[in-house]
Ligand binder design. Structure first.
Ligand SMILES: Nc1ncnc2c1ncn2[C@@H]1O[C@H](COP(=O)(O)OP(=O)(O)O)[C@@H](O)[C@H]1O
Ligand SMILES: [Mg+2]
Length: 357
């Protein structure tokens, strides 16, 4: 019977690592009565190394697995804490240490792809750096990491170094520095064709490490270019990163409203509860170089503004369609680096963000 119970419990995984709690060696001293037939009572110990904030969730999961297999069974779990002796730090502990050096973590999100989320994220990072802030950007877009191309750093391969706290500290990934910003992208780890592995069940944890297990150093802003969409992986991801706020990027089209609402709901979800700093309307209008006072509202007029009003959100900025933005993105030299009007839109956006945060 003990083996049967062990087998059932091995299906319970630690939410942080995705590893089976049996494989991790957390389950000990299983006792059940009666031993032969269907048990009416099961007791065992769960031994954690140090305080584990997820122990409650793991215990609840153990109970529900056993109760489902043996209806009416009484389950008692004794939680034990083993002293930590010179072990490498867990990612969770590291989070708090590294994260203390970062003042604001801001997610850049959109309901769907192709609205210019990465363009806004990359140029906003450069604009904030131009204003004198210390900035990092983590590109977590599993479906199409664009930071390597947009910054011309495709060949970069991050090295891992030992953290600052001697032999007991965790290895940290080194970001690449360019244009005054520290960049990290899942695109640095795999060929674009291999990006599929990042969408598997371990994706969330791997992504979290790619964002948090990084030697960012002191930062005023860490921007996170999230994958487009609002699935379960997004909720888990935004839930496990201590975000100070989220910016939602949209185009002015009315059809995008539903997507924006999904994006907003993802952050206002009761388990996530991240404040929305506001909306950025991208591709607001097009002004040809030869007719500088003309504005062509290709995707509709003020759609983002109306949407912001309707949802009770701030409109943080309107970014026109500039050829230089697309060209800068393709060439790896963000338009925000220039002194032109294309850079201005992002400097205004940076000011709005910095006003409140
Ligand atoms: N305001 C803009 N003006 C001109 N081109 C833009 C603008 N915003 C985005 N683009 C272009 O549109 C394409 C999609 O943008 P991207 O930032 O990759 O979108 P997302 O990250 O939402 O998928 C890119 O080729 C980009 O250069
Ligand atoms: Mg993108």
């Amino acid at each position: 019977m003990e083996n049967r119970i062990l087998e059932l419990l091995s299906g319970v995984v630690h939410p942080d690592t995705g590893e089976s709690i049996v494989k991790m060696g957390l389950v000990e001293d299983i006792k059940c009565s009666p031993d032969e037939t269907v048990p009416s009572e099961i007791k065992f110990k769960l031994t954690f190394t140090g305080h584990d904030p997820l122990s409650g969730a793991i215990k609840r999961e153990c109970c529900s697995v056993l109760e489902a297999a043996f209806p009416g069974v009484k389950v008692s779990i004794m939680e034990m804490i083993r002293e930590r002796k010179n072990v490498k730090k867990t990612v969770n502990e590291l989070d708090t240490e590294e994260l203390q050096k970062i003042k604001h973590i801001i997610a850049i999100a959109s309901g769907k792809g192709g609205v210019g989320k990465s363009t806004v994220a990359v140029n906003l990072a450069v604009a904030l750096a131009k204003k004198g802030y210390k900035v990092g950007l983590a590109d977590a877009d599993v479906y199409g990491p664009s930071v390597p191309k947009m910054t011309a750093t495709e060949g970069y391969r991050p090295t891992a170094i030992e953290g600052d706290n001697g032999p007991s500290s965790f290895d940290l990934l080194v970001p690449v520095e360019k244009y005054g910003v520290k960049w990290m992208s899942i695109g640095y780890f795999a060929d674009p064709d291999q990006a599929l592995i990042w969408r598997g069940p371990m994706a969330c944890n791997a992504l979290k490490q790619m964002i948090l297990q990084v030697r960012w150093g002191e930062l005023d802003y860490l921007l996170i270019d999230l994958p487009p969409g609002t699935g379960d992986i997004h909720i888990t991801l935004v839930q496990s990163i201590p975000l100070s706020g989220a910016v939602i990027v949209t185009t002015p089209q009315a059809v995008a409203l539903a997507d924006v609402m999904k994006g907003v709901n993802m952050f206002t979800h009761k388990d996530v509860n991240v404040p929305i700093l506001g909306l950025v309307e991208n591709m607001s209008w097009f002004t040809p170089a030869e007719l500088p006072t003309n504005r062509y509202f290709i995707f509709g007029h003020d759609g983002g503004k109306k949407m912001a009003d309707r949802l009770g959100l701030r409109l943080l900025g309107q970014i026109p369609i500039y050829m230089s933005l697309r060209e800068g993105g393709d060439a790896g030299t963000p338009a925000a680096l220039s002194d032109g009007t294309d850079a201005e839109a992002f400097l205004h956006l940076a000011e709005r963000i910095a006003e409140d945060n």
